[in-house]
Design a binder for this molecule. Structure first.
Ligand code: BG6
Length: 466
């Protein structure tokens, strides 16, 4: 039997976000964000027509939910403040209902010995700012700085772990290249400008946090998807994988940890004549305000081969994948519901890369999980979902996390996605991730899953054996 014991004070918990869990209520004073607007315009795009107004209704259930988080062994928990809840117009007047709600939520977590990890931006731009150009407009950066500062002032006396953004590359990719987020453009030039402004916004928030002399740490949460070349001995595949890595990982990783953009990415952007608009002081701000702590979301790797498919003929909109092709590796393990490859060793490779090339920055696994459709079929006689596949998924990844720690990686915790089943953007409630079921057919009733019991044991024992 092997025992996997994790370091003392390891963070065991889960993550969600405001827009995916809270829901909207008539008296809550929340303003529209891009998801609210998009759902009003095109509800058919959202799986089963369930939109951001419903979600898991945590706004009303948070006390009960926190008891469930406690029962599943959480010592820490991440959510995000909804910008459009605190500032219904993105800036201007603060919504007092939001302040009361987040105060009660944070206090309830602390009263139950659950450390709140609070993120500021999880894909949810207030619509009033989107109407003025969104992240393309430098005003959004300044509005974000003000929003961040306000959050630190309101809640920074109790919240010790702050994060500026979750997966900032995702709104860039899906909002401006691959059409999965509003405004659904296909425009690399805009993607680069939005990426730059997001990076600057994060740095300005870090600057504000440090200037406010708050007692805590501030970081960012990045989805790191290691880029593996089809054939590691083929220089063309290796080069292609490095370019994909520059676009999708190092773009925000280098900025956040090292304070500069990756040289190879800048070279490509220069050659395309797409250097974003910026002010001379911006680069110094970015350089001087790097993160204390890095959250890592890991779900899948990226398999890459040298470009084989021809580029479309003119007019051609430049895309990152002009420089590489995706490689469909035979016999890979897959989560069929999400279509994502499951490659457990990827989590180890990320941690070792951070150890060796990013100064072994303190980090933690901020999301890891498995979305499964129709979990009802796994309900046992007692009425609980027996999600052994999720338990196996966690253990298979945790063995590698443990190995990386043994080899010196500075990993401080493991958060799963998600504590409670939550709303997944366009996928709505198609795939469930939770340790705790949310039964939409029964007035959002909550029920522990088998994985919730496992997680409690994992946290209590600070590890597992097998
Ligand atoms: C992460 C996000 O990318 O993955 C979450 O931070 C998201 O917001 C999660 O819900 C799972 O992905 P999906 O697309 O299945 O919801």
């Amino acid at each position: 039997m092997t025992h996997y014991t994790f370091p003392k004070h390891f963070f065991w918990g889960s993550a969600t976000s405001g827009p995916q869990s809270e829901g909207r209520f008539p008296d809550d004073g929340k303003g529209d964000n891009t998801w609210d607007y998009w759902f009003q315009q095109e509800p058919h795009r959202f799986h089963n027509g369930i939109g951001p107004d419903k979600t898991s209704q945590l706004y009303k259930h948070f006390r009960e939910d926190i008891q469930l988080l406690k029962a599943t062994g959480h010592n820490s928990f991440r959510t995000s403040i909804q910008w459009s809840r605190l500032f219904p117009k993105g800036t201007g007047e603060v919504n007092p209902e939001a302040v009361a709600f987040y105060n009660n939520y944070i206090d309830e977590l602390l009263a139950n010995n659950i450390e709140p990890f609070i993120n500021l931006y999880h894909f949810d731009l207030p619509m009033a700012l989107q109407e003025k150009g969104g992240w393309l407009n430098r005003d959004a950066v300044l509005a974000f700085e003000h929003y961040a500062k306000t959050c630190f002032e309101l809640f920074g006396d109790r919240v010790r772990y702050w994060f500026t953004q979750n997966e900032p590359i995702v709104p860039v990719e899906y909002g401006y290249l691959y059409q999965g987020h509003y405004p659904c453009e296909v425009n690399l030039n805009h993607a680069i400008q939005v990426g730059f402004h997001s990076a600057l916004a994060s740095s300005l928030a870090i600057k504000a946090y440090r200037e406010g002399k708050h007692d805590g740490q501030i970081g960012i949460i990045l989805n790191l998807t290691p880029s593996y070349p089809r054939d590691p001995s083929n220089p063309k595949d290796v080069k292609a994988a490095q370019i994909a890595d520059a676009f999708f990982n190092r773009s925000f990783l280098d900025v956040s940890v090292k304070g500069h953009f990756p040289k190879d990415l800048v070279k490509i952007i220069k050659a395309l004549n797409m250097i974003p608009d910026y002010q001379p002081k911006d680069l110094a701000i970015i350089q001087q305000h790097t993160v204390d702590l890095l959250g890592i979301n890991y779900y899948q790797p990226r398999r890459i081969k040298a470009k084989e498919t021809p580029l479309p003929t003119n007019p051609h909109i430049p895309m990152p994948d002009d420089y590489f092709d995706y490689y469909d590796m035979p016999n890979k393990k897959i989560n069929p519901y999400r279509g994502w490859e499951i490659y457990e060793k990827g989590i180890y490779d990320i941690l070792i890369n951070l150890r060796d090339h990013y100064g072994n920055i303190p980090c933690f696994i901020a999301e890891n999980g498995m979305g499964v459709e129709n979990e009802n079929r796994y309900r046992n006689e007692a009425g609980y979902i027996n999600d052994q596949y999720r338990i196996d998924f966690y253990k298979d990844h945790l063995r590698y996390v443990h190995q990386a720690i043994t080899e010196g990686a500075n990993c401080l915790g493991y958060h799963v996605w998600a504590g409670l089943d939550c709303w997944s953007w366009l996928n709505s409630y198609k795939n469930r991730y939770g340790l705790i079921e949310v039964d939409l057919s029964q007035n959002a009733q909550r029920r522990m899953k088998q994985s919730g019991l496992f997680f409690k044991q994992l946290s209590t024992q600070n590890g597992f054996s097998d």
